[in-house]
Design a protein around this ligand. Structure first.
Ligand code: NAG
Ligand code: NAG
Ligand code: NAG
Ligand code: ZN
Length: 530
């Protein structure tokens, strides 16, 4: 009896302390043949790789906000551990893409960038200044007067002009920096609504206004951020509250204006704000879909209300968006953002950050299943990194959210106290010098605020390169270290839009047969005759 109870206590102790009692190594990995054959498989795959040189009918861009390379590593381990594996050997869906490059993320005026200046680069093809979006780098931050005439257009504009359908899916407010650079021009990323622009000199329009009035042709808009589209005297349908600081005071009900525009043009349109309504949307008879699931950002996947009153996952939004956009014979451009990886990192909550990557990974998988690499270019990348580190020499399979095990004297910290594998360079839980004893602390809890070396209310971005994963037509154009603003040039070149629309003599492949389509055969023949 005594023995059993001690054992139970010991198990509980191990659970709390994330002690793994040694490395978890799959047996097969002890065999050198396993590693040789694995490498040979990779070699065969890589040698057999064929460039796809046809036109990309569709382009899907996935943006993991703040998803630096260390975050990808940790998320892969987290995903594997969720499935009961050691974790390190896990492969995320986009890690199977055949092409890979690196993007240099600095802003024109900052060594370490923000999400607005980087969005201008990876969506508009021009590097921007810190905190500015959809404007050229000769516009200083917050300078509304300088902005006039210095707007830059985006891959969404170019795709639209080519007759394609376009869509935006994000887990942040739809007016937040990353998606905003698709459709808006603003010398300040924080001018999301008219209430944010009091005292601004000049004639600039807020981002929500630009989304509705200057971009009435975006077929799919899904995310959070209702408050910037609602009137000051409207009660939020979900919370029953009014946000006097953020709801509009200009007398414009932007959600109503959106619907009236589609009504006037006789288009099937639906506005939804919860999961039940979203699930009821039939993509076959929907031309335009606006979904705003929160007054501000959407919920973290770990905390998401999955009921009818709640909100859809990023994978569900991606699926619905593709179903609607796929109806256009000329193809589509879709932007999908896993926005809250960044937010969780700013609060040094890595469990939430890693879980958001896994949620986006599921959305990538959904998109892979619904499209064909012969006619769809998929790009998965990040805007910037974070000061997020994976430290120590933990055993194989050690809980990625736990304490470094082993923590021996020879590598251990001078104060002899345990430490977590994940650590931040700066952030809210400053813990340097006189460190907290974490022995009995559950660091794997979603709300455990990880430690940092410099006290800051918000953890900051990091400046090193981020990865670009690509598959599909022209994906092989990502192959080394590139400037970040190269990305939309490749997407535009691949899909023959924007300034590359006239420079497009490549064949279009029809997916069903995998053969060159009849129209392009005729076109090529005409070219030959000429
Ligand atoms: C809310 O404000 C708008 C415009 O200012 C006005 O047209 C509308 O009647 C108001 N609604 C209510 C319920 O007060
Ligand atoms: C270290 O922190 C503990 C608890 O927060 C406190 O009691 C102690 O005085 C501190 N020691 C030093 C040297 O600051
Ligand atoms: C840390 O806490 C554990 C458990 O309470 C204790 O056994 C250990 O001695 C502490 N370490 C230090 C260095 O105080
Ligand atoms: Zn950020």
């Amino acid at each position: 009896m005594q023995a059993i109870s001690s054992l139970l206590w010991f198990s509980l102790f191990c659970l709390i302390n994330n002690i793994n009692a040694g490395p978890k190594i799959p047996n097969e990995e002890r065999d050198p043949e396993f590693w040789r054959s694995k490498a040979k498989e990779d070699l065969k795959l890589t040698l057999g790789k064929k460039e796809i040189n046809s036109v990309a009918k569709n382009v899907i861009m996935f943006l993991g906000d703040g998803m630096g390379v260390a975050t990808v590593t940790a998320a892969r381990i987290y995903k594997g551990q969720l499935n009961g594996q050691p974790g390190e050997e896990t492969v995320l869906s986009f890690e199977e893409f055949p092409n890979l490059g690196l993007a240099k993320t600095y802003n024109v005026d900052r060594q370490t960038p923000d999400s607005a200046g980087t969005a201008t680069a990876y969506l508009c093809g021009v590097k921007g200044n810190y905190a500015t979006l959809g404007v050229s780098p000769n516009v200083p931050r917050k300078d509304c007067i300088a902005q006039k005439g210095r707007e830059v257009t985006s891959i969404l504009d170019w795709s639209k002009a080519a007759g394609k359908s376009v869509g935006i899916v994000t887990t942040s407010r739809v007016t937040h920096a990353s998606p905003a650079a698709l459709y808006a021009h603003s010398a300040e990323r924080d001018w999301e609504g008219d209430t944010d622009m009091e005292g601004v000199d000049g004639e600039c329009k807020d981002i929500a206004y630009q989304l509705i009035y200057d971009n009435s042709n975006i077929e799919v808009i899904l995310g959070g951020g209702r408050r910037y589209l609602m009137l000051k005297n409207q009660t939020d349908p979900e919370t029953g509250k009014i946000d006097l600081n953020k709801q509009r005071k200009d007398g414009r009900d932007l959600i109503k204006a959106w619907a009236e525009d589609k009504e006037a043009r006789n288009k099937f349109h639906t506005y939804v704000w919860n999961k039940q309504q979203f699930d009821n949307v039939d993509p076959r008879n929907t031309d335009y879909l606006l979904g705003l699931f929160e007054p501000s950002h959407m919920q973290y996947e770990l905390e998401r209300d999955k009921s009818g009153n709640g909100e859809p996952s990023i994978a569900e939004m991606t699926q619905k968006a593709i179903q609607i956009l796929q109806k256009n014979e000329k193809g589509f451009f879709l932007f999908v953002e896993g926005a809250r990886i960044d937010h969780a990192h700013h609060d040094t909550l890595p469990k939430k950050a890693l879980d958001e990557v896994v949620a986006m990974d599921a959305a990538v998988q959904m998109a892979m299943k619904m499209t064909n690499e012969m006619d769809t270019l998929m790009v998965v990348t990040a805007d910037h990194s974070h000061v997020f580190n994976i430290a120590g020499y933990p055993y194989r399979g050690n809980n990625i959210l736990g304490l470094v095990d082993p923590n021996p004297a020879e590598y251990g910290p001078a104060d002899g106290l345990p430490y977590t594998t994940l650590i931040y360079g700066n952030g809210p839980n400053y813990n340097y010098g006189n460190r907290t004893n974490l022995t009995d602390v559950d660091t794997t809890h979603k709300d455990f605020v990880f430690f940092s070396a410099v006290p800051m209310a918000d953890e900051t971005h990091g400046a090193e390169e981020v990865a670009i994963y690509a598959r599909g037509p022209m994906a092989h154009l990502f192959q080394r270290t590139h400037e970040q603003n190269y990305i939309p040039h490749v997407m535009a070149y691949a899909s023959c839009v924007g300034e590359y629309a006239t420079d497009c003599d490549r064949p279009v492949r029809s997916v069903a047969s995998g053969h060159v389509s009849m129209i392009s055969v005729i076109f090529m023949c005409i070219l030959c005759v000429i």
